[in-house]
Design a protein around this ligand. Structure first.
Ligand code: NI
Length: 199
């Protein structure tokens, strides 16, 4: 029998599963076919779940692999490389480019139905290996930077609630969306931006 590539939608680990709190192992063998299969399955799983990012520990694989994209409407105009296409990152690494942080909402496929306000670095540089083993580098701001920080936290066993400082800004998406004051986090945002993508 020949090798038949199969799609697979994997089960997503939810908060409470220990795999989400392990520090994931770096990928050492990029030509290992298991990595390509894992990435393919993660793409199918993310597509099925309707999120914008997924880290391997979220599908019970404790390896440093992340896939993500930035939705068109969340992409900054000033960015050269806006990451609106799916990015596959092996062994990613983040470096903040300033001390500046910002507070905004996050949601996570491993914490379904909930959202919380998290402080993140506003401007970062990040590096990773692509599937060909080539070193890649990008700068990111705003939502893009936030998504990358959220995903890379998964590789270090951290979920966004572990980054929160004010639990009055933590709640069910359905409930929080009804409450404009909570959504705004003390600043004005347009109603069409009141969406929380799961990552
Ligand atoms: Ni997440």
């Amino acid at each position: 029998m020949g090798h038949i590539p199969l799609m697979a939608i994997l089960k997503i680990a939810r908060m409470g599963h220990p795999v989400l709190h392990q520090v994931a192992e770096p990928v050492t063998d990029l030509v290992d076919p298991e990595i390509a299969i894992l990435v393919g399955d993660m793409i199918d799983t993310l597509d099925d779940a309707g999120g914008i990012g997924l880290a391997a520990p979220q599908v019970h694989v404790s390896k440093r692999v992340v896939i993500f994209f930035v939705p068109e409407e969340r992409s900054g105009d000033e960015e050269e490389d806006s990451a609106t296409n799916l990015t596959i990152m092996i062994n990613p690494d983040i470096e903040p480019l300033s001390d500046e942080t910002n507070l905004d909402w996050e949601a996570c496929l491993s914490v379904p139905g909930l959202m919380g306000a998290v402080e993140r670095y506003s401007h970062i540089k990040y590096t990773w290996l692509n599937l060909d083993g080539k070193q890649q580098e990008r700068e990111a701001k705003g939502f893009h930077a936030r998504a990358v920080q959220h995903e890379c936290d998964h590789l270090d066993g951290k979920l966004y609630p572990m980054r929160m400082s004010d639990f009055t800004q933590f709640g069910f998406v359905e409930e929080t969306n009804r409450n404009g004051d909570l959504m705004r986090l003390g600043r004005e945002i347009e109603p069409e931006n009141q969406m929380v993508e799961e990552v």
